[in-house]
Design a protein around this ligand. Structure first.
Ligand code: PRX
Length: 652
């Protein structure tokens, strides 16, 4: 973002007061802020009691004596699947639809009630047990957006197995490394799924991953979704419908410790190796339920909620599976892409189900803006009463467009800031209470403490900028990085003593509202997906013709950031007509299509300091077509001229 754009952004003067009508019925109230401010731990104690069913009470809300290793609701026990499914059936809501699933091919849909979900989760829990999966074992889930993804996650939670969902768009290589890091014993996948109008395959990536390693895996459970042919390893591979379908629909759960791991979810950090973010049970579920109820104002008897994320990301974990189901929501789950078979597909689904709450990412909103307002105008969106945004900063124009063309100028918009690591929403307006501002996530939620600090960890005054930190532990916080406590401490708790360093730059405006300004580390945000520059660099240098690579995130109107790579070829390699394409495909193979560089520039040199550090700042100037900044610290200041004049090989 240019400093001029930033200035404009921070002088945002539009405010939208909640309507009296909305405020009168809102779950969130100003009293929540007061209660949390008066006694934060008592506040969380109340949330945990009111929103979650426990089998045994806790002896202490928070044990922070071994900081930064937290324990929440110490000694409490509960079962997450019971909370998300069974208790609703017991309370008489078995016939309420939990999931309206919409396949990408039009006309393929399923309505799954809470009673159906209970039967399927129980069967899947038995199936996992029959495959030898025990409490604490890890199960990798590599599925498209089909209901079995939620069923598989809940079945793991029910028996105390730890799931590790890997986004279906990741490559076999990425899957292999994640399976190996978690030592998963079972992989749940499908033959494929529907994307962009055709059946794409998933099972081959699992086969490749297991051929290349991942030796801990004993079984692969395969959901039949598309009916395409799949290669089969007898004894290892099993059809979901055969193994799960024959099990009893009754299953007796056991309660798990509040700090029992619920899942691992890998995310990109500053080094090439993704981090397995570990989340546990009681605190995570409490904050998911609390935020889902108050930020989305969920009324389980009347709302139809829809979060467009994929279950492969944390948003899908917390706001498709755990938060909404704990709160007995009726929700929509959609398998496919927004423009298949036409660009009005999402609005058609909103109209079909009468969606009332809609949660999506700024990149999708900007894409919709590009497609034109006449598309949403062609559908009846009057059922919508609240809109949400997540994943990256939302620019005020996109926010205003969302409000006007989707939210008929009356829906409150909640811009929710959080991370894989935080587990649940941390900073967001509270609808019905907060006067919203386009582009700002505004305030930490009641019970959450955040600040913006300078290099010396001093809180900046209103109007100042610096780094976003979280100043108190919170229930859904990550507990560690799987298998690497030291990296956990170093990454998040070492930059500023006693504070959680989020990795985001932020500003406080004159009202003290927080504006998120993007990552300050080597993590890029491409269409709301987190990808590290080092990860893409490692993928590039693993190609035999590449000698060196430097990757930067360049600002991109549509995707937030785009990946731009500068590559030096090996001395004996020659740039051919297809070199750039080959390298882009190689990155897709190593990581996944989401990490394909937008542009690859083949260069003879990279700008380095005298100590050999690549100056990414200068490369970003080139990638963003800006005047190149200060080059005085370069070992060889002519390098930048060389790069600029010798550029070749734009991406397709
Ligand atoms: O940079 C912030 C950005 O996304 C990062 C977290 O990415 P991930 O762990 O993949 O989780 C995404 C979904 C929760 C953050 O460090 N980010 C997320 N939400 C916002 C945001 N940036 C600005 N505004 C947001 N609302």
């Amino acid at each position: 973002m240019t400093s001029e754009a930033l200035e404009n952004l921070l002088h945002e003067e539009r405010h939208f007061e909640p309507s009296a009508e909305f405020a009168a019925q809102a779950n969130g109230t100003a009293a929540l802020y007061d209660a949390a401010a008066a006694d934060r731990l008592a506040f969380w104690d109340t949330q945990a009691r009111e929103l979650i069913s426990w089998d045994a009470p806790w002896s202490e809300v928070l044990d922070w004596t071994n900081a930064p290793f937290a324990q929440w609701f110490v000694d409490g026990t509960l079962n997450v699947a019971y909370n998300c499914v069974d208790r609703h059936v017991e309370a008489g809501y078995g016939d309420q639809v939990a999931i309206y699933w919409e396949g990408e091919p039009e006309g393929e849909s399923r309505a799954i009630t809470y009673a159906d979900l209970q039967a399927e989760v129980n069967q899947a829990a038995h199936a996992l047990e029959s495959l030898g999966v025990r409490h604490g074992d890890r199960v990798a889930i590599y599925l498209p957006m089909i209901p079995e993804a939620a069923v598989a996650m809940l079945a793991c939670a029910r028996i105390g197995a730890v799931h590790s969902v890997v986004f279906g768009g990741f490559s076999s290589e990425a899957l292999r490394s994640r399976i190996e890091d978690a030592e998963a014993s079972v992989v749940i996948t499908s033959d494929g799924g529907y994307r962009r109008g055709k059946a794409s395959a998933l099972k081959p990536a699992v086969d490749d991953a297991l051929d290349a390693g991942a030796e801990s895996v004993r079984h692969v459970l395969v959901v039949r979704r598309t009916g395409q042919d799949v290669a089969w390893v007898e004894g290892r591979d099993l059809w979901w419908h055969e193994v799960v379908g024959q099990q009893s629909t009754e299953h007796t759960y056991t309660a798990h410790d509040s700090e029992h791991p619920l899942f691992i979810l890998y995310t990109s950090g500053t080094t090439g190796k993704p981090k397995g973010i570990k989340h546990t049970t009681g605190g995570y579920l409490t904050q998911c339920a609390y935020t889902h109820r108050n930020v989305f104002d969920l009324k389980p008897d009347t709302d139809v909620y829809w979060c467009t994320a994929d279950v492969g990301w944390v948003t899908g974990h917390s706001y498709i599976v755990y938060g909404p189901l704990a709160n007995r929501a009726t929700q929509v789950m959609y398998e496919g892409t927004p423009d298949t078979p036409h660009k009005g597909r999402l609005w058609e689904i909103v109209q079909k189900y009468g969606v009332t709450i809609f949660y999506t990412a700024p990149t999708l909103i900007r894409t919709m803006m590009k497609w034109g307002a006449d598309i949403p105008a062609g559908y009846d969106l009057s059922s919508l009463r609240l809109l949400g945004s997540v994943g990256e900063p939302i620019n005020p124009e996109a926010w205003m467009w969302y409000r006007e063309h989707v939210g008929h100028n009356s829906c409150p918009i909640v811009d929710t800031w959080w991370q894989t690591e935080t587990g649940a929403i941390m900073i967001s307006p509270l609808p019905g209470v907060t006067s919203t501002k386009p582009g700002s996530a505004q305030r930490p939620l009641p019970g959450i403490s955040a600040d913006v600090v300078d290099d010396l960890a001093q809180s900046v005054p209103d109007g100042g900028g610096g780094y976003l930190v979280l100043t108190e532990p919170w229930p859904a916080m990550l507990r560690t990085i799987w298998g690497d406590d030291q990296r956990f401490v170093e990454t998040y708790w070492s930059r500023f003593e006693g504070l959680y360093f989020a990795g985001d730059g932020a500003k406080k405006d004159e009202d003290g509202d927080i504006w998120l300004l993007g990552r300050v580390d080597d993590v890029m945000n491409v269409s709301g997906h987190r990808i590290s520059t080092t990860e893409v660099e490692s993928a590039l240098v693993s190609h035999p013709i590449v000698a060196e690579a430097a990757v930067v995130g360049a600002s991109d109107e549509m995707t937030g950031q785009g990946i731009v790579a500068f590559v030096i070829l090996r001395g004996d390699a020659h740039e051919g007509a297809d070199t750039v394409k080959e390298l882009r495909d190689h990155v897709a193979k190593e990581i996944g299509p989401i990490a394909k560089p937008r542009q690859i520039m083949i260069v003879a040199e990279l700008p380095k300091t005298r100590s050999g550090k690549i100056m990414r700042r200068l490369l970003r100037d080139v990638a963003e077509n800006r005047e190149v900044g200060d080059v005085t610290t370069l070992a060889d200041s002519s390098v930048m001229d060389l790069i600029k004049t010798g550029l070749s090989g734009d991406g397709d």
